[in-house]
Write a protein of this length. Structure first.
Length: 249
């Protein structure tokens, strides 16, 4: 009897401790989507594409250097938020996976980490560096610097999305096998992963324009997966019955 009571107390303590952190983790997924969408909207205002000339890129980046700094700051937020979400998603899916599917859980974590690191290097490191220092230098002295760095952001984002495709496909398969989230959400993750993988052959639009089209569609589907899964799991945390109250009764 004493052992049963002790076990129940431990369950109550674990439930009380984990629920607030669970809410924070899934809220981080929502923050990630909001910050990234805001960053993308601001980036549209720069008005440059990968096909522009070096002169146009250099002058455009210099003109919108303040926008670049805002993009870098928002990217700091989304990068940190995604890591929190990713670790929580990994723990959820790993716990629901069978022994032979544990490799998929590893792909979710490893692919997601490489994905966000490369995006952060592009959006925080390079974009912030150009906005703070190199935009002026490129416009006044060497247009090739701005041109090369701007195209490098496309290349890094494309490579990031190739690794992100592994994470998305693995997450989708685990969702469908475990049932912790709706199956249709698993399909969205799988389709997003396939598109993010295929865009790599066009280097996100640098080699061929189809790469950018596939990248945009795949990334939108990936954001839908993150947002919807975060909302579902956040609501699930809020509706978990109060174990302590049940035991007290």
């Amino acid at each position: 009897m004493r052992a049963d009571v002790t076990g129940e107390v431990r369950i109550v303590i674990a439930a009380r401790t984990s629920r607030p952190w669970g809410r924070y983790a899934w809220t981080a997924g929502i923050v990630y989507v909001i910050a990234l969408v805001a960053e993308s909207v601001i980036a549209i205002g720069v008005g440059l594409t990968q096909n522009d000339s070096a002169a146009k890129m250099a002058s455009g980046l210099y003109e919108h250097r303040d926008r670049l700094l805002v993009i870098a700051c928002l990217s700091v937020v989304y990068a940190a938020a995604f890591v929190i979400y990713l670790c929580s998603l990994y723990n959820l899916l790993r716990g629901a996976a069978t022994e032979r599917l544990r490799i998929l859980g590893s792909l979710v974590l490893v692919g997601g980490v490489v994905f966000i690191v490369l995006h952060a290097v592009s959006d925080i490191g390079i974009t912030g560096l150009v906005g703070a220092k190199l935009a002026a230098f490129g416009a006044q002295h060497d247009q090739g610097v701005s041109y090369a760095l701007y195209l490098t952001t496309y290349a890094l984002d494309s490579v990031a999305d190739v690794f992100g495709s592994l994470s998305a496909i693995a997450a989708g398969l685990l969702v469908m096998r475990s049932g912790v989230l709706p199956r249709w959400l698993g399909w969205i993750a799988i389709v997003a992963g396939i598109l993010l993988f295929l865009q790599g052959f066009g280097l996100g639009g640098v080699i061929a324009s189809f790469g950018l089209v596939l990248d945009i569609i795949g990334f939108v589907l990936f954001l839908i997966f993150v947002l919807v899964s975060s909302v579902i799991l956040l609501r699930r945390e809020d509706t978990v019955p109060n174990t302590a109250s049940s035991l007290n009764r």
